[in-house]
Structure formats: C-alpha cells, structure tokens
Design a protein around this ligand. Sequence first.
Ligand SMILES: O=C[C@H](O)[C@@H](O)CC(=O)C(=O)O
Ligand SMILES: [Zn+2]
Length: 274
Amino acid sequence: MQISETRYAIDPPTAKTLDTDGLRKHFHVDGLFAAGEIKLVYSHYDRMIVGSAVPSGKTLTLDHDDATGTAGFLDRRELGILNIGEDADISVQSTIYRVAKGEVLYVGKGAGPVEMSGHGRFYLLSTPAHHAYPTKLITLKDARRVEMGSRETANERVIIQFLHPEVHETCQLLMGYTQFSAGSVWNTMPAHVHDRRMEAYLYYDLDADQRVFHFMGKPDETRHIVMANEEAVISPPWSIHSGAGTGSYTFCWAMAGDNVDFIDMDMVPMEALR
Ligand SMILES: O=C[C@H](O)[C@@H](O)CC(=O)C(=O)O
Ligand SMILES: [Zn+2]
C-alpha cells in the first residue's frame, strides 16, 4: 500500500510561532519503514518526496501516485533509493540491481515502475526532473568521501556523497550519508543554511532508546525536534539543520533546489545562533 501525505512549505514567521506539536506536524516525519508498505510524504519545499518501502520478502512496486499528477511516478521525476536494511533486489526496466546495505540506486526520469523486493529497508527520495540521466547502482567504492570535524569538538565524521556531480549526474537530487567516529555525536555544527536548496535528513542506525536532538529554524530563532531511529525531518531552505545524538547514529541527507553545488553553503557564525 502507498500512503501519501502532503506537507506545505511553512515560512519563517509562521515557523517561529509553532510549539512542539506544530513543529513536528510540519517538519518531522515518523511512521516510515512500515512492513509491507510504500510510504510517501510530499513536501512543497522543492517538491521533494521523502518515503520508504519495506517489501518484507514480497515485492512492492512504485508506479503511480496521484500527488504527482502524472501517469507514471517517474514520468517527470528522478529517484534516489538508499538501502538501510539487508541486501535486496530492485528491478527497473527489466534490469535487476542487487542493492547492499549502504548503497544507493539512482533511477532516472522516465524509467517506469520500480519493483523492490526481499528484506531491504529502502529510503526513497524523489524530486522533479527535466532530463533522463541513466539509472545506476552507486556503491561505497564509487562514492566520494569527505572527512570533517574533530574528536575534540565531538563531530569527527565522514560525509559519503553518492548523488553528487562528481559521482553521478542528476537533475537536482543530491544525496548521501554521514557516519561518525566513535564518540562523535554532532552533525553539521558549525551550522549552515542554503536558501537555494532545501534538505531532508533521515536518522538511522540509532539505538531504540537513544535520541538525536535535531536543531532547525533561522539561525537567530532556533528550535529543536527530538528524533528517534528511522525518523526523517524536513529542513526548509532558510533553516539550519544540525543534530546531536545521545548515542551513535548515521544520517542520510538529501537536497534539491536551484543548484547541485554541495559546498555552496552560507556558514552561520557561532555568535549568530540564538
Ligand atoms: O548541505 C550539506 C548537508 O547539510 C550535509 O551534508 C551536512 C553533513 O552531512 C554533515 O555536516 O555531516
Ligand atoms: Zn545543508
């Protein structure tokens, strides 16, 4: 079953009036990774769709959703799929891709139905597309690694870039995940914004009894959202997106917008944060 939900784009003056429930209703995404289901959340920020598919040994097909107003889901969209579960198969245009945990399958515009099977836990990200780039399995070996942070500031981590112009060209979807050195728990601090691009995070590989405090908001009007394992959060283009975990975790980041320039960020000086 495919469940679609729409999240409208909230502006900064509205965001600052929201209480905990209001913030969660607009930005926090839970209930993903339900067994036997495809779940999709349609965000009006750059029309990114964030979702999941858990075939649970059967086959789930992503083919159509009324939300896109097209016959086929991928008629005018591209798709990135990250497997956070067991190695599993995805079939696109009669080719079967064996996707291991930590690998990303890019599916280009116009590729048709996507059949997911086995015991994968697939995280789905889709954005509008204007060109058909080839469908490709991107392995850890293909991905680009950028080391950041230090032990002293508890943010020693590696940013592993899968959908990035130097790895595999896409229309607007940029995607990868960040892993930490033992004991490092802070992501994306010093914080940044990029008003040209929105971003979505999925926190995973977090123990069930641990949480990540995810920070959002304009730099001078920050809020936090408490995140459990396998929960996602939508970051508006004007918002910081940073988090600190009470335990170890990995997170998948994905962006869409005007450019595909990963390093195009406006860094926020510490003294500007409030
Ligand atoms: O714009 C880039 C994104 O916020 C993330 O890639 C940041 C990140 O993975 C990190 O600092 O760990
Ligand atoms: Zn960012």
